[in-house]
Design a protein around this ligand. Sequence first.
Ligand code: ZN
Length: 347
Amino acid sequence: MFFEAILPSHSTTPTLPGSELTNLEKDHAILTLRQTIGPQAASLEDDHLRQFLLANAWNLEGAQRQLQNALLWRAQQGADDFPVATKTNKLPLLVSVRGYEYVEDGHVQSDPRLSEAAVRIINHMGGSCFHKFDKEGHPVLIDRTGHHQMKEIGSDITDEELTNFQLACNEFLHRVLLAEATDRTQHSVTRETVIADCSDMGLWQFHMNGLLKVKLVADHFQAHYPETLHRLFIVNAPSAFLVMWKVIKPWLDKRTLDKVHILGKDYRDVLLKYIDEDALPSYLGGNCTCSHLPGGCAPSVHDGSIPMLEKSSHNLVSENPYNPDIMAQAKADPGLRKVAKRTVASK
Ligand SMILES: [Zn+2]
């Protein structure tokens, strides 16, 4: 959900805005952060360190604290061992995808390898789809925000289940889609663009338990995956959204608000400024229909375009999104954790 992408961390008081630093000073800050973290930073890319500095307005102490907390959290969650779906391993998708090379087009559907929790969560979600790239090469997530079942998300999913599901989705974004975006553009791509489609949103979604659960999980993710939002377009926002927006807005910082475009019904020209016509679904004003798959560009189990997932005896009770045997296999098999061979040509 888009909430995860936009909520600010509660890290530090900014001391020095990045715009006041020269590139040399920024490079020096990255190097200093790397040296401060020590061996744990050896496998981290400079751009990863940069995200933590950006999130802390280039305050080294704050970035160090946030990064150390993130590394500890990742170790506690076993994040590095989480499986991700790729074209090669053909694990079931936790979010629908369209238009990538490192994972086949597909949609969320019943699968014996999913846990029982994943089936429940996917059925309560409105339907999200990673759909191609924007003009600058960021993967675009279309979130069917208006279809999220907030009451059920609040009452029928535990914090751990939602956290682990979102962790798996974030790892999929980073290890598969952002990896492809980076190879495709030949420069580091560390952010996504999000279109939150509020069609069909109603006051029935303004369910405090659900919102608080989403906020709890969002706080985790903004702290541990900072600076991953490039732009957020909120389209088809109804009046009910304005009620929700009043609750959400105070949680956001100015820099985050600058990335957010609230567009109501007049969104087409703005979206086309940032996303090519062929990469934008026709129902959002572009040319794409993704007619080769059920549900078109952004399938949802709540508009009947794809069926609700059915639980079977194979979907085992677990706080993780995949069954325990898949989680165990992923620890030993790198092919379940990353793209087998990064070969996409630059464009
Ligand atoms: Zn499409």
